[in-house]
Design a protein around this ligand. Structure first.
Ligand SMILES: Cc1ncc(COP(=O)(O)O)c(C=O)c1O
Length: 405
């Protein structure tokens, strides 16, 4: 079919040159303040023990903010390397031209994955000798060196070799001439536990890590870069910093626990907006949305907003969510549906079709943070941030120069 006849068959709507395109701010969207990520990286950097560097954890598409812009902003704020969970996430950074060291925090076990690591110069995490030997064979076969980090399980019971095996493994790794040990690390399971000082599990994990490090010292083995802390560990104690900290949540401007909030200045990098698509005037006693889980108690002005659970707003928040308009709070009412939700705008006559509401982030000095969503439904801010779907455009937000420096 010729171009002209295919355009005719489709009624002409497939031609792209002149056709109107959906506006990214028409329905619902995420705005990401890159300057906030940069300022947060700076603020974190200032809080680190002497000699410690910052790894920006940008896995899961930069916790939903967009991995590449976040990685660039974090590097501009002083992050020296990146942490990703998957091979694809590492390749995305390389294809975007980022050339800083990248550690893959997930386990890569297939030779093709490790071959890709070698090609893209990504550092795999080793949990034992099997992957180490694969790396050695791949690297020596291509006449190159491969850099990897050894992970030890000190109490998380997920990835990593048992911590007691650390010295023996390091000795074995030292015999692999094409494998260079870039570092040794472990992951804290409960560093955000309430209380001051170190919680018992973090103390135990640190003791085990320390025991391995002193064993290595006695054997004269150099483990390279030593790292243990996530956001909570980083904010909790400089004693957990070692040579590098791996920071995710705090980089995006959120505290991993209420008792760690305010430890350093942080700014939320994400705001979530949606537009009112329709205003409805209804009487008292009218049921709203699926299952009529809300009934109006008075003659009401309802605002329909084009965002729902298919965008990542948990349905469990139905009747519990609030949104901001001109610094005032509106209650969401009835079941949150796949693509829409309803607000009670009875007390806000200035809200009209086309108005933009803020679901997360700041509006005229009022703030809704991810904890306000996660706590009522028994989850964590990490899951809220990572839950926003690709249907929501990610757009850069402009703002005044960073207030935290
Ligand atoms: C191994 C590892 N290090 C660091 C982080 C960053 O954690 P946080 O977002 O709490 O800073 C994660 C995230 O889950 C992780 O899996």
């Amino acid at each position: 079919m010729s171009e002209a006849s295919s355009a005719a068959a489709s009624g002409g709507f497939l031609s792209t040159d002149w056709a109107p395109q959906p506006h990214p701010r028409q329905r619902a969207w995420v705005e990401v303040c890159e300057a906030a990520v940069q300022a947060n990286a700076r603020s974190l950097g200032r809080s680190l023990a002497a000699g410690c560097s910052l790894m920006a954890v940008v896995k899961a598409d930069g916790y939903g903010h967009g991995a590449v812009p976040v990685a660039r902003s974090a590097a501009a704020g002083g992050a020296s390397c990146f942490g990703v969970a998957t091979l694809q996430e590492g390749v995305e950074l390389r294809q975007a031209g980022l050339d800083q060291p990248v550690l893959v925090l997930g386990n890569l076990s297939h030779p093709d994955e490790l071959r890709a690591c070698l090609h893209w110069q990504l550092m795999p995490t080793l949990s034992g000798m099997r992957e180490a030997l694969l790396c050695q064979n791949l690297a020596s076969g291509s006449g190159r060196q491969m850099v990897a980090h050894l992970k030890l399980d000190t109490g998380m019971t997920r990835l990593g070799a048992p911590w007691q095996e650390g010295p023996r493994l390091l000795e074995a790794l030292a015999g692999l001439d094409a494998l260079q040990l870039g570092g040794i690390y472990s992951h804290l399971a409960d560093a955000d536990a309430p209380g001051t000082g170190l919680d018992p599990l973090t103390s135990q994990q640190q003791q085990r890590f320390e025991e391995v490090l002193s064993g290595l010292q006695r054997q004269g083995l150099d483990p390279g870069c030593r790292h243990l802390a996530n956001s909570a560990g980083t904010l909790r104690s400089a004693g957990l910093h070692y040579d590098l900290v791996r920071v995710g949540l705090a980089l995006y401007g959120h505290s991993p626990a209420a008792h760690l909030a305010g430890a350093i200045p942080l700014e939320a990098a994400m705001t979530l907006h949606a537009r009112v698509s329709l205003i409805r005037e209804v009487g008292a006693g009218v049921g709203v949305s699926y299952g009529h889980r809300f009934h109006t108690s008075r003659p009401s002005r309802l605002a329909v907003v084009g965002i729902g659970y298919a965008d990542g707003v948990p349905r469990l928040l139905s009747n519990r969510l609030q949104v901001l308009f001109q610094g005032q709070r509106l209650q969401q009412v009835g079941a949150i549906t796949m693509d829409q939700m309803v607000l009670d705008a009875t007390d806000l006559p200035q809200l009209e079709a086309g108005s933009v509401v803020t679901l997360l982030g700041e509006d005229c000095g009022e703030l809704i943070d991810p904890q306000a969503w996660s706590e009522p439904i028994g989850t964590i801010p990490w899951e809220i941030l990572c839950g926003f779907k690709h249907r929501l455009p990610r757009l850069p937000q402009q703002r005044e120069q960073g207030t935290n420096g």
